[in-house]
Ligand binder design. Sequence first.
Ligand code: FES
Ligand code: FES
Length: 163
Amino acid sequence: MNRTVRLCVNGTPLALNVPVRTTLADCLRHGAGLTGTHLGCEHGVCGACTVIVDGDAVRSCLMLAIQAEGSSVTTVEGLAPADALSPLQAAFRKHHALQCGFCTPGILTTAHAFLTQEPDADRERIREMLSGNLCRCTGYIPIVEAIYEARAAYRRGTKGDKS
Ligand code: FES
Ligand code: FES
């Protein structure tokens, strides 16, 4: 059985007809063509699939698309204006906070939701927030430093997303 799901994704209203058991991750990747949302474990452990739903970081492999009906969703594609890096993304580049990049969309969306709510977080709090996102190749020190540096943009309200 299919249902039409209406969402606002990265500021754009979408109506996507999907089987009722489709996850939000698959709906975004295959229905909306937003393949920046990655799937690793597909059971809520790795954090690679994290997107922002109505302001909260959510594992899109664990949420059905129909549960997001009427919501505002931000994916990694919505974190920055076209052809530019957001302050958070620029800090990741500066601090070499990624290698293969598979985990990076989920870490960026998680950190974006976090810094929007806690722009004064210290390094310990950032490490705690990152505990739900697995990176198999970079090591966490550059990631923590990048997020720590990006805090200033969130305090100024210049975080750069499209939502
Ligand atoms: S793919 Fe969703 S948490 Fe790993
Ligand atoms: S950069 Fe490769 S898994 Fe994190």
